[in-house]
Design a protein around this ligand. Structure first.
Ligand SMILES: C[S@@+](CC[C@H](N)C(=O)[O-])C[C@H]1O[C@@H](n2cnc3c(N)ncnc32)[C@H](O)[C@@H]1O
Length: 291
């Protein structure tokens, strides 16, 4: 006789299997896959424990579990990622937003709230648009230009902007770092430039977890030989795009604080440079104020 699989039985089985195979966050991963296949919210799994899962859904789940066990990130399997309490479309053309980057959003919003009037923001290296969108959703007076070199990442950002109805507030431009801003007439100087750039050094890249290295775009991770390529360019170029009293706010690798601080201090543009730590007490966000 064929086995009957209820939601509870499936969840228990998946959690055990994922734990054995050392998949990250086994329960969360199981819930994400099952709720995706059943087109339910995660919480609904728990209110429908005894629901029997149909054969077609089991087949789909089986295929996803196999890919998950080969280390394919669950966010790419479901095409979704939670960030700053919002749900973003993601594909292998963009980085999966990380919880550490929520701190960048928090600090950006705090800075913007300390100022008056419409705030013009530039989000460099926007990827799926998570930083720009989270800021726009939480700060009413934001006008944002978000740029990325990768067309495919920008089309994901465009879908996310459309989903959250933010096309009046966020404009996407394709190009190499500051380059697309040059022909741009609406805003000449920004109140804030923020960026979570690729910052992994070549040596670190080779040692990255297979889950990251084999699936996430190298363009979103590789920061050049020492990981600092984009910071060098930002330190040199950001000053000319900022108003006086404006700020540049960057996510950094946990060992890069002092080096990036030095890069910013070496220019004539910035006064105070501060480094903030993340929830693991690692250096994570650097802020420099334009003098
Ligand atoms: C670390 S990801 C950040 C994505 C998103 N902002 C986030 O926090 O999840 C870096 C992004 O920078 C983009 N990128 C890499 N080099 C770039 C360059 N020279 N100019 C503009 N964007 C670049 C990549 O395409 C990628 O989307």
């Amino acid at each position: 006789m064929e086995q009957t699989w209820t939601i509870k039985k499936l969840l228990d089985w998946m959690v055990e299997r994922f734990s054995q195979e050392e998949i990250d966050s086994p329960r969360l991963t199981a819930e994400m896959l099952l709720s995706f296949v059943l087109q339910m919210q995660r919480i609904e799994l728990y209110t429908h424990f005894d629901q029997v899962v149909k054969k077609a859904q089991l087949d789909k789940l089986h295929h996803l579990i196999k890919r998950c066990l080969q280390n394919e990130p669950v966010q790419y399997l479901t095409g979704r990622c939670e960030f700053y309490s919002l749900s973003f479309k993601v594909t292998p053309d963009c980085l999966i937003p990380r919880p550490e980057t929520e701190l960048l959003v928090e600090q950006v919003i705090e800075f913007l709230r300390s100022r008056d009037g419409t705030q013009y923001i530039c989000d460099l290296c926007t990827g799926c648009g998570c930083v720009a969108i989270a800021v726009a959703k939480n700060f009413a007076n934001a006008k944002i230009i978000a740029t990325d070199i990768c067309d495919k990442a920008l089309s994901i950002a465009a879908a996310n902007i459309e989903k959250y109805n933010l096309s009046e507030k966020i404009k996407l431009l394709q190009g190499n770092l500051f380059e697309p801003l040059i022909g741009q007439l609406d805003v000449k100087e920004f109140d804030l430039i923020c960026c979570n750039p690729p910052y992994i050094s070549r040596a670190e890249y080779e040692k990255l977890d297979a889950k990251v290295r084999n699936y996430e775009p190298k363009l979103a991770l590789d920061g050049g030989s020492d990981g600092l390529d984009i910071y060098r360019r930002i330190a040199i170029e950001a000053g000319t795009h900022l108003k006086k009293g404006a700020a540049v706010m960057l996510e950094i690798g946990y060992l890069q604080g002092e080096q990036v601080k030095k890069l910013l201090e070496e220019t004539d543009y910035f006064g105070a440079v501060k480094i903030d730590k993340d929830f693991s007490n690692n250096d994570r966000i650097i802020t420099a104020t334009r003098v």
